[in-house]
Design a protein around this ligand. Structure first.
Ligand SMILES: Cc1cc2nc3c(=O)[nH]c(=O)nc-3n(C[C@H](O)[C@H](O)[C@H](O)COP(=O)(O)OP(=O)(O)OC[C@H]3O[C@@H](n4cnc5c(N)ncnc54)[C@H](O)[C@@H]3O)c2cc1C
Length: 405
């Protein structure tokens, strides 16, 4: 019999395996995919934004998120990684990355440590059944049946298409009496009315995005907006997707206003010029300003000429104050949020309050623990999701490893 079996070899599962093993437990990791840590490799555009040194920014069961990150703060997660040999650097907004800029380095140090500790990792081994027995648990994969005293469920969520699961993993825990808060996509691109983004697909522009319920601003985010043929993606758009989805579900008609002035630095200039040129300057004036700023515009905008052209079309014939207002508040009606396939994280999941906040032990089934995205916690963009997965994995693994023999 194994002391501890970890279901899922992702960020939470791998740290759980190491921390259970550090308690002296014999540990096996069962992973459904042909290899472990696929989301770690895909994260942060291949750079892996593994944590954030700033204030906690979580949704869902925020009390659980707080308890986990109080018990295992970001410094502890980073010192765990530094103990494994990973050097990290802090970038804008407290985002932490591996110093070498490669997500593979994060997975490599974890795999090396698993090897060194003699932890058995079985890939292509989806757990299809989890049963409680007198002595602990019985787990079935298509190829074998295993027994364990304690189990850590770290199956992640449904986000990320083939990198996530199809929802079946939740049934391992709901089958034992746990509750599922309906999973939905979070950190996904915004789908807008087609006409708002016509001709802009592929363009990346720095922008400030404000999501409004009618005319009331409800949330704002700044960063790179990536235009697609269906709407707007990029970190700042994804950041607004949770709230946009909630507004849409409530039957509202949210609008996102894109403010390009961080890129163009134009608004004050337009007003300056107006004072000098009088009230009849319209699009030619704007284009002149753009022309003047050509050397500071992003390369894509220069190559395609799309940003100036689109802006010019939008602004044609408007009185100057309206012109400036449009440049700073380019509206796009939000008609949807992209699905799980394109989302970075799952909102919802197994109800966090059914687990002890200090140990992540199930309050319903002794010997069962859960960690990571599988639980009803999702973070904002910026390293919060991996940080929660690592921290909760360390806690769940440690306590599972202490389960009495
Ligand atoms: C494209 C992309 C980029 C991202 N970038 C970032 C980023 O830069 N920073 C950040 O903080 N977050 C990022 N995230 C989110 C982050 O990757 C996840 O929140 C985090 O990986 C969750 O860790 P986890 O261990 O809970 O789940 P996962 O990493 O998903 O691991 C779960 C594992 O369980 C396995 N599994 C599932 N069901 C079973 C089963 N029945 N039996 C056995 N194994 C099973 C899965 O195959 C998987 O390997 C990104 C996500 C995506 C999709």
């Amino acid at each position: 019999m194994n002391d501890v079996i970890i279901i899922g070899g992702g960020a939470a599962g791998l740290t759980a395996a190491l921390s259970a093993s550090m308690q002296g437990a014999a540990v096996t990791v069962l992973e459904s995919a042909p290899r472990v840590g696929r989301k770690i490799l895909a994260s942060g555009n291949g750079r892996c934004n593994l944590a954030n040194l700033g204030a906690m920014r979580y949704n869902g069961d925020t009390a659980l998120a707080r308890a986990v990150l109080d018990a295992c703060p970001v410094k502890q997660v980073l010192s765990f990684f530094s103990g494994l040999g990973l050097m990290t650097v802090e970038e804008d907004g407290g985002r932490v990355y591996p110093a070498c800029g490669q997500a593979a380095a994060v997975l490599d140090v974890l795999r090396l440590a698993l090897d060194r500790r003699g932890i058995r990792v079985v890939c292509d081994a989806p757990v299809i059944r989890l049963e409680k027995t007198k002595a602990g648990f019985r787990l079935s994969t298509p190829k074998e049946t295993l027994e364990a005293r304690a189990v850590v469920a770290a199956c992640g969520g449904m986000a990320g298409g083939r990198l996530g699961h199809d929802g079946g993993a939740y049934r391992l825990l709901t089958g034992l009496g746990h509750t599922l808060i309906p999973p939905r996509p979070a950190l996904a691109a915004l789908v807008t009315e087609k006409k708002a983004v016509r001709g802009l697909s592929g363009l990346r522009l720095p922008a400030r995005l404000t999501l409004c319920d009618g005319t009331k601003p409800v949330e704002a985010a700044q960063g790179e907006a990536l235009f697609t043929d269906y709407g707007v993606s990029g970190v700042c758009a994804m950041q607004l997707s949770r709230t946009a989805g909630a507004l849409l579900n409530a039957g509202k008609r949210p609008v996102v206003y894109l403010d390009f002035s961080p890129m163009l630095g134009l608004i004050p200039r337009v007003y300056d010029r107006v004072e000098a040129a009088g009230p009849f300057a319209h699009v030619p004036l704007l284009l002149a300003c753009l022309e003047e700023r050509r050397h500071t515009l992003p390369r894509e905008a220069l190559l395609t000429g799309l940003a100036p052209r689109l802006l010019a079309e939008r602004l044609k014939g408007l009185p100057l104050p309206e012109m400036a207002k449009n440049l700073a508040a380019f509206p796009a009606q939000v008609v949807g949020v992209r699905g799980m396939e394109n989302a970075q994280v799952t909102a919802g999941g197994i109800r966090g309050s059914e687990f002890d906040r200090k140990t992540l032990a199930s309050r319903l089934i002794p010997g069962l623990f859960a960690a990571g995205e599988m639980l009803d916690v999702d973070g904002d963009c910026g390293g919060y999701n991996l940080q929660f997965a690592f921290a909760s994995g360390l806690i769940a693994g440690e306590n599972a490893g202490k389960t009495e023999k």
